[in-house]
Design a protein around this ligand. Sequence first.
Ligand code: OOG
Ligand code: MG
Length: 248
Amino acid sequence: MTKLAALLDQACRTAVAMPQPEEEFDPYEVHREVIEQRVARGERVTGVKLGFTSEGKRRQMGVHDLILGRVTDAMAVADGGVADLGRYIHPRVEPEVFYLVGRRIETVADALAPGAVTAVAAGIEIIDSRYENFRFSLDSVIADNTSAAGYVVGPWQPYDPRDWNLGVVFEIGGRPVHVGSTGAILGDPRRAVVEAARLAERAGVVIEAGSLLLAGAATPAEPPPPGAHVRAEIQRLGSVSFTAGPAR
Ligand code: OOG
Ligand code: MG
C-alpha cells in the first residue's frame, strides 16, 4: 500500500487534516487503496459519486475536470436523522441528484442501455476533505476519494427521462442558501450516468446493479453550523433533510 493511502485513511479516522502529498502517485490507484482499507474494516461500497459536474463547484474549488469517488454504508445518514459532525474535520454540505443503478455498468455502452437507471431521488452529500484548509489538486482529491464523507437520500421516485431541468432549493437553518437547477449538472444530470461509466472504466471500477450514483452538486457546498437543519428540495423529486449534530 502507498504511504499516501495510509495517511489519508488515518486523517479520516482521526479527523485530523493532513498536508498535500509531495511525492508522485497514481490518483485512482491511491483511491482504490483508500477504499480497500474501509472494506477491510467491514464497510460495504454502496455506490459511486461524481464530483465537479457543475460550473459552480468547479469555480468554488478551482478545478476543471470530473472526478469519480465511492461511497460506503458507513457514510449513510437517515433522511430526517442526525449526523454527528464530530466525526469530520471541516464538513460541508451540498444538494445532489441521486440515481439508483439498475444494471451492472462496466462500460459506456452499459450506461446507455435500457434499465441503467431505475429511480431518482433528491439527496444531500456531506464532503470533508482530508487535506488542510480544504485545498487540493485534481489528483490529490481523487486520491482522497473525492472528499466523500456522508450522504442522505430522500424518497425514491420513478426515473423519468424528461426530468433534466428541475429547480433546486438548498436550505440551512431554515434559510435558502442556494437556489439552482439540476440542469447545472453537466447541462443535464442524466449525462452523469455516462460520465460515471467513462471514469469507472478508466479507474477500473465496476458499478454494480443496486448502486447509488451521486450526480454531483448543483450548487457550491456550505459548512453547516452545529445544530443546523439542512434541507434540499428538488422540484418533482421532493425533499430530503438531516440535522447537524454537535461539532467537536
Ligand atoms: C470534492 C468533491 C466534489 C461534487 O459534488 O462536485 C463533489 C470537493 O469539492 O471536496 O462532491
Ligand atoms: Mg458532491
